[in-house]
Design a protein around this ligand. Structure first.
Ligand SMILES: [Fe+2]
Ligand SMILES: [Fe+2]
Length: 145
């Protein structure tokens, strides 16, 4: 059985790749591509967040009374990331290369910090405490790809 940390970390890497493509399109002012890629990026990100918010985080909180702090921080960061994705999409709609690049730089930093906290703290916690969800997590990830 694939561990939760492994499936979720691989999903981070897939989303990272799409981010790189999106940034490249913005850099080249290829707005139609940027728009389409931003759409898939948003969709992949929301699917990933929903696995965390609907399945993983509640299960971690149930299993470990002490986890509510980290889970609350991660959920708050999801909202900050969602906000930045909207800023970025607005820049793409307005075909503003400067705004697009500055939003994507902030977003990338935010995502990297967020992911590294999940990969070093939350996912290992999930591996230890909620093994019963391994199957559901890998199914929900593969359903979308
Ligand atoms: Fe997350
Ligand atoms: Fe994540």
């Amino acid at each position: 059985m694939i561990k939760i940390s492994q499936s979720m970390t691989e999903d981070h890497r897939c989303i990272d790749q799409v981010f790189v493509e999106m940034e490249r399109a913005i850099t080249k002012s290829e707005w139609e591509d940027a728009w389409l890629i931003a759409d898939s990026f948003d969709e992949m990100m929301e699917r990933h967040f929903s696995i965390e918010e609907d399945v993983l985080f509640p299960a971690i909180e149930d299993a470990t009374a002490s986890a509510s702090g980290p889970v609350r921080v991660m959920t708050m960061e999801h909202d900050q990331i969602r906000y930045l994705v909207n800023v970025l999409r607005t820049a793409i709609t307005e075909q503003s290369r400067d705004n697009g690049l500055s939003a994507s730089e902030t977003l990338l930093m935010m995502i990297q910090q967020h992911n590294s906290k999940e990969e070093s703290v939350l996912y290992p916690m999930a591996d230890r405490t909620v093994q019963t969800l391994e199957e559901e997590v890998s199914r929900r990830i593969s359903e979308a790809s």
